[in-house]
Design a binder for this molecule. Structure first.
Ligand SMILES: Nc1ncnc2c1ncn2[C@@H]1O[C@H](COP(=O)(O)OP(=O)(O)OP(=O)(O)O)[C@@H](O)[C@H]1O
Length: 189
């Protein structure tokens, strides 16, 4: 990743705790080719492979045997309306130090849903683009307040938790990309 790309990726997910009963503990998840175990989304149960490599019917799965769940792309809408995991991208402004050092913006928020390369405008990630297996939901520019990011990207997950719906919000990005600022700093809302 370009070291001048200053983005902070937040991912929020929610799902009804009633569905949770059908899912094994995280240790038994086996997401297909997922770069991170925390990017769980909607899952479909895949018939467990028998010892000879053939799939056995789900109904023959013995109690206590591990069950594996894979991301099910079929449940995802192009508009993300059925997606339980969303990715939001937040750009922070260049710091004074970076400005002094002559660093430049490499990527920017082009509207609410597009991340575009400053150097190659034809290169962009747009709403609906798969990014680390999930859909970019919203893109926030450097003037966006943390309060607004929270309202758009996180409040519904927090509200869901109050109603008993499991949810996770986390931020990831390179060092100094703004994870703590986004997730923690109340005084800078
Ligand atoms: N949206 C923003 N607007 C203004 N300043 C910001 C913004 N995001 C981050 N900063 C500033 O950038 C610096 C780095 O941010 P922060 O500490 O949140 O990064 P981090 O991703 O948590 O870093 P690390 O991974 O090293 O812990 C801080 O000084 C912070 O105040």
């Amino acid at each position: 990743m370009d070291d001048k790309l200053r983005i902070d990726l937040g991912m929020a997910s929610r799902y009804d705790s009633r569905q949770r009963r059908t899912v094994q503990s995280p240790a038994s998840y086996k997401p297909a080719n997922s770069p991170t175990s925390s990017t769980t989304s909607s899952f479909r149960q895949v018939p467990e492979a028998s010892a000879d490599g053939q799939s056995s019917p789900a109904s023959s799965t013995a109690r206590g045997k591990p069950q594996y769940f894979f991301p099910d792309s079929e449940v995802l809408d192009a508009d993300g309306s059925k997606e339980n995991v969303t990715v939001t991208v937040r750009f922070r402004p260049l710091s004074q130090r970076e400005i002094r050092q002559g660093e430049e913006i490499a990527w920017y928020a082009d509207g609410d849903t597009i991340v575009r390369s400053e150097h190659n405008p034809t290169l962009a990630y747009a709403y609906g683009t798969w990014y680390v297996l999930h859909l970019i939901y919203r893109v926030f520019g450097p003037t966006t307040t943390t309060r607004h990011v929270y309202d758009v990207a996180a409040q519904h997950v927090v509200g869901g938790a109050m109603e008993g719906i499991n949810g996770t919000i986390f931020a990831y990005g390179v060092t100094s990309s703004g994870k703590t600022h986004t997730m923690h700093v109340r005084s800078q809302l």
